[in-house]
Ligand binder design. Structure first.
Ligand SMILES: Cc1ncc(COP(=O)(O)O)c(C=O)c1O
Length: 403
């Protein structure tokens, strides 16, 4: 194979640092706070097994066949109900929805339909690595904006927009990428005021917000906050959602909610990628949603994750005694963001951590520049509570003995 025959796009692709770091560590007793995979015990496998059998035997004509690129109409009906009941989003029609193969595909499709090599995208710093990988393939320039305790520094966003405007490049700003609920990796939630401010900015400067909300249902404390999509009544916002963290990531069901024009353009892009999201998993998800038990199930999941989160917060209090160390106390989601004094380089420390039997994701993985970072992302969803205690103890010890 001739190396130089690879496309320019393929040369922009980078292997995920998370995958590289967590690749076969060889340490049997390793406790990993690395990945963001849900606890498999939260999967409703009895119900899903029963429904899968029914769907295959009775609905094979749809479920085992190619389907419409836009998605299973029955799943769309169910999702429209969920979005109304849980998010207060009214008046959605099938034309507003495209079912995607996980929300990761939705991110790629956003890149595919909006981004050129002279485009700009505003992102938080730190930011979800998977979004950067998806967008990066299309070669845009990223404009990173600080994440504060209540989310984006919105003033900085407006300054960046004005700067582009002054250069005559505002049109090249294609979207602002936001994870308003319990952000990955920071765990931070965007305040209501800032959501409103962002919705206003999008209208004022005629730009788009890509609102990615995989974690909204996993709230452990506090009151729900309206989505930006809801606040903006759908104007200049596209909402991405997924069943990965509340049903099962193996089903690979995500969706895009937006204006019909945007949805049909995205469907066109999706056709060339995979023709359609699997009919089988879409119909299983639809019938599962119809059962009406998902929110009881999510309540159980929330209890498990809340307890694990509190376990990790308590363990951090107990074992991390470094002056100046601080960490987020997320109201939901799967991640805690630990910030250490600058002398700590969490990437450099990673190999030692693995030898000590604990893994995390170094903060540097979540920045679009090549900075060093004294931060780490700790995911509490997969290990048991005992493992959380022991893993944080190992991290505490490692920090105490760091040169
Ligand atoms: C912020 C965010 N967006 C999107 C995804 C992708 O989720 P999926 O493709 O499983 O729906 C993830 C997964 O961790 C995520 O954290």
């Amino acid at each position: 194979m001739m190396e130089n025959s690879f496309s320019v796009m393929s040369q922009r692709l980078k292997s995920s640092i998370i995958r590289e770091l967590l690749r076969d560590t060889g340490v049997v007793s390793l406790i990993s706070f690395g990945g963001g995979a849900p606890d498999p015990e939260t999967f409703d496998r009895e119900a899903l097994a029963e429904i899968s059998k029914e769907v295959i035997l009775k609905e094979y004509i749809f479920a085992l066949q190619y389907g419409p690129t836009e998605g299973d109409p029955i799943l769309k009906d169910e999702y429209i109900k969920v979005l109304k009941e849980r998010n207060g989003i009214d008046n959605l029609k099938h034309e507003n929805i495209l079912i995607t193969t996980g929300s990761q595909q939705a991110l790629d499709l956003m890149g595919r339909i909006f981004l050129d090599t002279d485009s700009y995208v505003i992102v938080g710093h730190p930011v979800y690595l998977g979004a950067i990988s998806a967008f990066r393939a299309y070669g845009p320039k990223f404009i990173p904006v600080e994440i504060e305790e209540d989310g984006f520094n919105v003033n900085q966003i407006e300054e960046e927009i004005k700067r582009l405007d002054q250069k005559g490049e505002l049109k090249k700003l294609k979207f602002i990428y936001a994870v308003p609920n319990f952000d990955n990796p920071s765990g931070v939630t965007l305040s209501l005021e800032k959501r409103k401010a962002l919705a206003d900015l999008a209208i004022k400067y005629n730009t788009l917000i890509v609102e990615d909300d995989p974690y909204g249902e996993l709230r452990y404390e506090g009151e729900r906050i309206s989505s930006i999509y809801k606040i903006a009544e759908g104007h200049n916002v596209v909402l991405l959602n997924t069943l990965s963290k509340v049903m099962s990531p193996g089903l690979r069901i995500g969706l895009i909610v937006g204006e019909p024009k945007l949805v049909s353009k995205t469907a066109l892009a999706k056709q060339g990628v995979d023709l359609c999201t699997p009919g089988l998993t879409q119909r299983i998800a639809a019938r599962y949603l119809q059962k009406g038990t998902i929110f009881e199930r999510i309540n159980e999941t929330v209890k498990i994750y809340r307890s694990k989160k509190n376990k990790m917060l308590n363990a951090l209090d107990k074992y991390v005694k470094i002056n100046g160390a601080k960490w987020t106390k997320p109201d939901g989601g799967l991640f805690i963001w630990l910030e250490l004094p600058k002398k700590f380089d969490t990437m450099e420390m990673f190999e030692e951590a693995k030898k000590a039997g604990v893994a995390y994701i170094p903060g540097a993985a979540f920045y679009v520049d090549d900075r060093k970072s004294s931060e780490m992302r700790l995911s509490f969803c997969l290990p048991s509570e005992d493992e959380i205690e022991e893993g944080i103890k190992r991290i505490g010890h490692l920090l105490d003995t760091y040169r």
